[in-house]
Design a protein around this ligand. Structure first.
Ligand code: TXA
Ligand code: MG
Length: 322
């Protein structure tokens, strides 16, 4: 099949799209807010290709789309307040950031290494039909290149992402044209991380109180797009661009690096594939850190393509912290 083809969002094409998602391909689809670029959220390499397609120089956490609360409960821990918000606004344009469950099989890359996950149940019939056909939670950011405006027409997706999506399901313009509101339920009080298609007033009515704005949530800060430094940082120190290492160090290798004695040695991609490396990155960092090694030595990783985001993440993990 021709890549990047725009197809009418009818039953046949949605069934085909579901197959494509299960095989690891990317499919752009309409939601009630904007078009999303969808991937099987449980497939790390598919998720890595989403970042590649968007041309993001860094890993921002993505929204996971589900049919409803039942599916969401497998992936995220819902407090009574989180549950109340989901029951009031789902399906619809409200995204809830909650702690991940231990049993969640969503890729670490979706959350960019955070212990939390953003979940939303879309209201658009095509998005729902695709979720049913794919039988997978869908990681889907807005279907635009990084830094561009969100796409509200299938033609905008095609213009922005070209052949990066295997298929673009066209159901005409989206109705809201504005992304979902994002509310974090990770801290003690709910915090608005992104205003969006559900109004603050409507959310406050369900909460029965005022919703804290991101800018006000100073000390117990939840993570929002501009604050990615507070991302998971390993306990161990991190040495970048290492060519040699000690036997007590944990090693994060890439490509044709020869394995030499180390406390733990993980090669992100022996074949030098950056998509595979991105898919393995966060799980590898956790495993290396859990070894108890005082330092993690990371061998050089190319800076092109997804290598830029991988290097960005490693630089943040290596930065001095307080
Ligand atoms: O309307 C929408 O929400 C669209 C459609 C396609 O559903 N999606 C969308 O996704 O706008 P995206 O990836 O462009 O925006 C995701 C937002 C970002 O602001 C991101 O930082 C935040 O959600 N986010 C995702 N996971 C998070 C997490 N674990 N913690 C904090 N913020 C998170
Ligand atoms: Mg976006």
């Amino acid at each position: 099949m021709k890549q990047g083809r725009i197809a009418p969002a009818n039953a046949e094409w949605i069934a085909e799209a579901g197959q494509m998602i299960r095989s690891g391909a990317l499919v752009a689809f309409p939601t009630e807010t904007v078009y999303g670029l969808g991937a099987d959220a449980t497939n790390g390499e598919a998720v890595a290709r989403v970042f590649e397609a968007k041309g993001r120089p860094a890993f921002n956490p993505l929204i996971v789309h589900v049919l409803g609360l039942e599916q969401a409960l497998i992936i995220g821990e819902f407090s009574p307040v989180a549950r109340r918000l989901a029951e009031a606004f789902w399906p619809g344009p409200l995204t809830l950031v909650v702690p991940r469950t231990a049993k969640s099989d969503v890729s670490d890359l979706v959350s960019a290494g955070l212990p939390t996950v953003a979940l939303r149940s879309p209201d658009h019939p095509v998005a729902r039909a695709l979720l049913s056909e794919a039988q997978r939670p869908l990681a889907a950011p807005s279907a635009n290149r990084s830094g561009h405006v969100s796409a509200t027409h299938a033609e905008h997706v095609a213009a922005d992402l070209g052949d990066k999506a295997a298929l673009i399901l066209d159901a005409g313009p989206t109705s809201h044209g504005l992304e979902s509101a994002v509310v974090s339920l990770v801290g003690e009080t709910p915090v608005l991380l992104r205003p969006g298609a559900v109004t603050v007033e409507a959310i406050e009515e369900v909460l029965g109180g005022r919703l804290t704005r991101d800018s006000e949530a100073s000390s117990s800060k939840p993570v929002s797009p501009g604050q990615l430094l507070s991302h998971y940082a390993p306990r161990a120190g991190l040495r970048l661009n290492a060519y040699e290492w000690g036997a007590d160090e944990a090693v994060l290798a890439f490509g044709s690096v020869a394995e030499k004695p180390a406390r733990v040695f993980i090669n992100l991609s022996p074949s030098g594939d950056l998509v595979e490396a991105a898919a393995n990155l966060f799980a590898a960092l956790r495993t290396l850190d859990a070894s108890g090694a005082p330092t993690i030595a990371a061998t050089p990783i190319p800076k092109h393509g997804l290598g830029e985001a991988i290097n960005d993440r490693l630089k943040r993990a290596a930065a001095p912290r307080d």
